[in-house]
Design a protein around this ligand. Sequence first.
Ligand SMILES: NC(=O)c1ccc[n+]([C@@H]2O[C@H](COP(=O)([O-])OP(=O)(O)OC[C@H]3O[C@@H](n4cnc5c(N)ncnc54)[C@H](O)[C@@H]3O)[C@@H](O)[C@H]2O)c1
Length: 342
Amino acid sequence: MKRIFITGGAGFIGSAFVRLVLDEHADVEIVDYDALTYAGNMANLAGVDAERHRFVKGDICDREAVMNALPEGTDAIFNFAAESHVDRSINSADEFLRTNIIGTQVLLDAAREKGVRRFVQISTDEVMGSLPDDSDEYFTESSPLQPNSPYAASKAAAEFVVRAARETHGVDTVVTRCGNNYGPRQFPEKLIPLMIANAMNDEPLPVYGDGRNVRDWIYVDDHCRAIWLAYEKGRSGEAYNIGARNEQENINVVKAILDAVGKPHELIKLVTDRKGHDRRYAIDPAKAETELGWKPQVTWEEGLAATIDWYRANQDWVNHIRNGEYRNYYDAMYGARLEKAV
Ligand SMILES: NC(=O)c1ccc[n+]([C@@H]2O[C@H](COP(=O)([O-])OP(=O)(O)OC[C@H]3O[C@@H](n4cnc5c(N)ncnc54)[C@H](O)[C@@H]3O)[C@@H](O)[C@H]2O)c1
């Protein structure tokens, strides 16, 4: 059995990665380490194979807890854990700097001490800033890191501490930088699930500014497959940009959701723009395609339909989050005994 350590595995992308790995790699067992912040939700892990998945509740900034949870002989750490919502970072950046930078450093130190073979850092295209919307430029791996939000700055800083661990201490590292993910189990404050929920409830759909900001959307499982390939085939010290060549203006995303849910475009409400709102993200994934042999498998139309179907079928999941009940799920499901696991 190959042993891997995933942080943030109760979040949106981390939990999708746990499912994908357990489904597709029978020889892998996972320790899943997550602090269960507001964004972590044990319901995201309902039904996963308990034989090969062990959950440990803990903070990546807590050195002792990380060292206790990280098993000897771990082949790789996949660092998904992060404060991830740009709007929250605009209100207060402290927690972003703590988790995203200090937490990454703690994990790198633990990887070194325990002789973990490879460290995979899940980064974001937002570290590269914004592109002009009237250009045909794309983010490549040699684009400068010029983050614009406190969230993006903390993720860029995390990339630098990853680089430093490699250059200084020889830790084997790979970085993935993906665009905007969508799919089942995304926390309902993010654009697509927020709009789906509001559309289903006939509530106004608030769209920032003129709605013409462009994001490069990717179905979450395609992102997860790319992360796995970066772990297996990525060159040490390299970054890989991950994108599905699917640029969409926000306003068109929202209209597509309204059309799919069968609600009128009149529900759209343009609201005051986000501070420092990046105009356009667009990723050139050629390096991942050629070096990792990765290609997205899910089209935008298929992925959006599957996502809307999931939210339609799982309205309890959304409602539990909206009224805060999901915070009790961990205790109800797993009790205190799991906190001492490992
Ligand atoms: N969502 C996107 O579109 C996107 C795109 C590119 C990259 N990313 C990156 O992917 C990763 C996962 O994003 P997501 O959308 O799944 O985020 P999320 O907010 O849904 O999940 C984050 C998870 O990390 C956990 N966590 C937070 N702070 C922690 C801490 N101090 N210690 C341990 N666990 C902690 C939370 O409990 C949660 O389960 C992040 O690193 C993010 O920067 C996200």
